[in-house]
Design a protein around this ligand. Structure first.
Ligand SMILES: [Zn+2]
Length: 436
């Protein structure tokens, strides 16, 4: 036993005595616009790099000085359209490591170092701009369409290096919220009056300013960011809906949320953290803008519809819309909301949030609330604006299918409009008939 131990130790020493730093792991995060490669190191990296663009495969070559490689590189990049593989090559001296990233197309890499924090070691981040996964078709050209669909931008919070909150059983917020986001997108795309735009389509990080920007580029009419809450104690539970405030939040949970959002930026490692303050003058101006005020008013109205719907599928932590100063909601002229679907730090809600049935119910509540908002706050020339729904009192002999046929609509539409769970109608019951 002891002998074996020495052999292993000697073998390790022969490689390791000379290098102070080491690469402990390598992660690859493909996203629609770029692939991010993250090197985790035991110390602050010293590195240099160059591109080889003369012939295929194009290569980014990175030399880590005074560094050994402590991890394997197999299968890295297999999910990226841009990265072909990550491999080693002969180092420039025996105290360094050379890593080669083979690329399918030319790119201009952006390399930067992130310091160690609570969750991660020192990192070298390599951003490689270029299409890296298939895009989920952005909103079509909708301006010229009559009775157009409204476009709902759905932002699943966190992603990539930023797991979001972590539940007591180890559930990552980023994984729960993308499932709810995808379920919501499906329901929206099944609605003749709506279409969904998923802001984050996979497991990668997007900056807090990038998220509303993508929604804006997709000509979205509405922005909803989906999260799961956490608190430092396990007791708090329930959902809440947040709108932008011009001031810092006055509740403790609100300030917690504002801080968490900033931590996300640090974990995700965006390069524009420094520009955060230079962003403020623009923001101060925009906040005075009338359009901002009206989009906040719209957000309040939508938040009330969503809270109403959510209360039938989950306990609410707050039954009124909450206000906080959150970067992700700072979109100048469209209603923007952040929905906390529950507390992942509460063991019961952590279990609920990982259940597919509950995720579907939550998505349905969000869908119903958003739809109600667009029917009661119509945008000109949209399909939902022409829904001229009316109230009908159920009479003897009526059924959902009879009414659907009579008023040229569908059973599904009546049930959705009225949030009905069964097909049974009672005489004297008042229901809303959508126009189609
Ligand atoms: Zn979150």
């Amino acid at each position: 036993m002891i002998k074996k131990f020495w052999v292993v130790l000697l073998a390790l020493c022969s490689f390791s005595v000379w290098a102070d730093n080491s690469i402990e792991s390598v992660r690859v995060w493909p996203s629609p616009d770029k692939t991010r490669v993250v090197f985790d190191l035991s110390e602050t990296p010293e590195y240099s790099y160059f591109m080889l663009n003369q012939q295929k495969p194009y290569r980014l070559v990175i030399d880590f000085n005074n560094t050994k490689l402590n991890t394997g590189l197999t299968n890295l990049g297999k999910d990226s359209l841009l990265v072909r593989k990550v491999r080693t090559s002969s180092p420039k001296n025996n105290r360094s490591s050379r890593i080669v990233i083979e690329l399918n197309s030319k790119t201009e890499p952006n390399l930067f170092v992130l310091p160690a924090n609570e969750s991660y070691k020192d990192r070298l981040v390599v951003d490689l701009p270029g299409k890296s996964v298939e895009r989920s078709g952005p909103a079509k050209s909708i301006d010229e369409l009559k009775d157009r669909k409204v476009t709902i931008a759905i932002d699943a919070g966190h992603g990539g290096d930023d797991p979001g909150s972590i539940g007591p059983r180890g559930t990552y917020e980023k994984n729960v919220v993308i499932k709810i986001a995808r379920a919501l997108a499906k329901m929206i795309n099944d609605d003749p009056g709506m279409q969904a735009f998923l802001v984050r389509t996979g497991d990668y990080y997007l900056g807090l300013n990038e998220r509303p920007q993508k929604a804006w580029d997709a000509k979205a009419d509405f922005f909803v960011s989906i999260h799961a809450d956490a608190f430092r104690t396990p007791q708090p539970r329930g959902g809440s809906v947040w709108v932008l405030s011009k001031r810092r939040a006055d509740s403790e949970v609100g300030r917690w949320l504002e801080n968490r959002e900033q931590e996300s930026e640090l974990l995700g490692g965006v390069t524009d953290i420094l520009s955060k303050n230079s962003h403020e003058p623009y923001l101060a101006e925009t906040l005075l803008d009338m359009s901002m005020d009206s989009s906040i008013a719209g957000a309040y109205s939508a938040a009330r519809h969503i809270i109403d719907e959510m209360s039938s599928v989950t306990k609410m932590h707050k039954t009124k819309p909450q206000a906080a100063s959150l970067a992700v909601l700072k979109s100048p002229d469209k209603p923007s909301l952040l929905v906390e679907t529950g507390f992942i730090s509460n063991p019961d809600e952590e279990r609920l949030l990982t259940s597919n049935a509950h995720q579907q119910k939550m998505a349905r509540a969000l869908y119903n609330g958003i739809r109600r908002y667009f029917v009661s706050n119509p945008i000109d020339n949209t399909y939902l604006a022409n829904q001229n729904s009316f109230t009908y009192t159920v009479k003897s002999g009526d059924s959902l299918s009879v009414l659907a046929q009579r008023y040229n609509t569908t059973v599904k539409a009546i049930k959705t409009e009225n949030n009905l769970r069964s097909n049974v109608l009672k005489i004297g019951q008042k229901i809303t008939i959508p126009s189609r």
